[in-house]
Design a protein around this ligand. Structure first.
Ligand code: GYE
Length: 340
């Protein structure tokens, strides 16, 4: 373990002294003080390259890392926000390599374009743990492991839920017109959810995908794109929205257009993430079903780091458990237990 040694102490002191903007790092609020740092050799230094703060899911995900990688738990966290741009993430990873962190945690905004920077991390001997989204690289040894959700499975479950729901409504044979708000194009969350739903769609000759457009995982874009979709397509039976924040925007667009949605409305709404506000929207009868994507990855990643510190081998691909919710369930109880 490297810990705070040599050049790294100098960098951290510069960060703590206010020079951090130069280095591009954002010290965690609960990081040790300068005095503690000089004496303390026992912190594991984590560099986290986060995508941005585009959604409630993302904020819960950041919160999970921040509350796990604290000084009390033996960590010093350098947090980098890429503001939804891959170029910022590439720069952040390079900054973290220069700062000789012990581990890099990378949530890759899109799947491709990481080979070179990951080779640089490998050459510097810094393990890279991928979280949430996945990547496509020539050499899988460029990262230590990945932990996150099975997005394709989420998409499939959503499709299967729709099939069962239509069946229960006596609409199995009906022509079903669908639109999709996709997430950030080329992100594994978008690719997986789109493909998973498509797997089920392909098996239903009477389902028609009218249009798929990206709402970039944000509420504002979701609203804007849904407004256009409602104008272009007179009849829409189902909205598949690849995250909750786009769904919130879409619901505003639907209502502004004088349309209705949810179990008693004219558009069936299926969403992903299942954050608290979405469960509340379900209680209000505006979303039919929501497929959970668990953002609380901090504890799982810190366990991986403990194992690596102990010299153990870790599983390369680690999925987390997820469920789904719909309006037939006891949503009040679900909300009581929901932490994000
Ligand atoms: O669904 C969305 C966020 O990558 C799983 O990114 C994540 C997605 C999540 O912006 O809300």
């Amino acid at each position: 373990m490297k810990r705070y040694s040599g050049i790294f102490v100098v960098v951290l002191l510069a960060c703590a002294a206010g020079g951090w903007m130069f280095f591009g790092c954002v010290p965690d609020e609960k990081a040790p003080s300068q005095d503690t740092m000089q004496d303390e050799e026992d912190y594991i230094v984590i560099g986290l390259s986060q995508i941005g703060s585009e959604s409630d899911w993302r904020n819960a995900n950041t919160g999970s890392f921040r509350s796990e990688f604290t000084a009390e738990n033996g960590y010093y966290l350098l947090f980098e926000d890429a503001q939804q741009k891959q170029e910022n993430q590439l720069k952040a990873v390079r900054d973290l390599i220069l700062q000789e962190v012990d581990y890099i945690i990378l949530d890759p905004i899109v799947e491709t374009g990481w080979d070179t920077v990951l080779m640089e991390a490998k050459d510097a001997g810094i393990p890279v743990i991928l979280v949430d989204r996945q990547i496509v690289v020539e050499d899988e040894d460029l990262y230590t492991c990945w932990v996150g959700s099975d997005f394709r499975e989420e998409g499939r479950r959503a499709g299967q839920w729709l099939a069962d729901y239509l069946e229960s409504q006596g609409r199995r044979e009906e022509q079903i017109r669908i639109v999709t708000l996709q997430g950030t194009l080329d992100s594994s969350a978008q690719i997986g959810r789109t493909m998973g739903f498509q797997d089920v769609l392909s098996a239903h000759g009477n389902w028609e995908m009218l249009e798929r457009r990206s709402g970039e995982f944000t509420q504002a874009k979701g609203q804007e794109v849904m407004r256009d979709l409602l104008q272009s397509h007179k009849e829409i039976d189902v909205l598949i929205s690849e995250n909750d924040n786009m769904t919130f925007g879409a619901i505003e667009a639907i209502e502004s257009a004088g349309r209705t949605c949810g179990p008693d409305g004219d558009i069936i709404v299926i969403s992903f993430d299942a954050v608290r506000t979405a469960i509340q929207f379900m209680q209000e009868g505006k979303i039919n079903a929501d497929f959970e994507c668990n953002p609380l990855l901090g504890p799982k990643v810190s366990k991986i780091i403990e194992e690596l510190e102990a010299g153990e081998r870790v599983e390369k691909i680690q999925y987390i458990e997820e469920q789904y919710f719909d309006t037939s369930m006891d949503l009040e109880k679900i909300l009581e237990e929901r932490t994000y």
